[in-house]
Unconditional design. Structure first.
Length: 189
């Protein structure tokens, strides 16, 4: 699959089989992330692979956060939210959490560090797609919670930028609906 085809055909695949993935494929996806552009070669990305019991441990963190964030709910609603949060990491056999650890160098711009890590995530998603895998990039409020930062031992400046849920696809993606580029492009000559 060439690069342009991969870009045009990649879709978020939220439903994957629970079959395990070879370590070599996971490493290939992570390596693709490290080829993203990054100013001054700071390599601000950090990768955490969760499989098996690691997903359950993350689920426990999610459950704890759901409890803290929803204490004012009815007991039934609170229990439901906690159970759902705990199960979220079990939606795929592999999760690659992608974190950022921004450089302390004075010439580094924080927005560019985030741009580099986001580019790494896109490289990873495209590689997963080219390898025939399904992947979805998830975050949400929970990804930025202090307990998540603690779980991954990130610094005070670090945080999780993406949870990439990864596996063999168990759904057919819908065709993309894209705005024509002439509606989004201004030519300045």
């Amino acid at each position: 699959m060439d690069a342009f085809e991969a870009i045009k055909t990649r879709r978020s695949i939220g439903l994957v089989k629970q079959d395990s993935l070879p370590k070599e494929i996971i490493e290939q996806i992570i390596e693709a992330g490290t080829y993203a552009p990054n100013h001054f070669r700071t390599e601000p990305w950090r990768f955490f692979v969760l499989m098996g019991e690691g997903r359950n441990r993350l689920g426990q963190v999610f459950e704890d956060i759901a409890k803290l964030e929803n204490m004012d709910d009815t007991p039934e609603s609170l229990i439901s939210k906690m159970e759902k949060a705990k199960k979220n990491p079990l939606r795929a056999p592999v999760i690659i959490a992608v974190g950022i650890e921004p450089s302390d160098k004075k010439n580094i711009i924080l927005a560019e560090e985030y741009g580099a890590v986001n580019s790494a995530v896109q490289n990873m998603l495209l590689t997963a797609h080219a390898l025939g895998l399904g992947a979805v990039w998830r975050t949400g409020k929970i990804a930025y919670h202090e307990k998540v930062k603690e779980f991954f031992s990130l610094s005070a400046k670090g945080e999780i930028v993406a949870f990439i849920y990864l596996g063999y696809p168990d759904m057919e993606p819908k065709p993309a609906k894209k705005t024509p580029i002439d509606q989004l492009t201004t030519w300045i000559m």
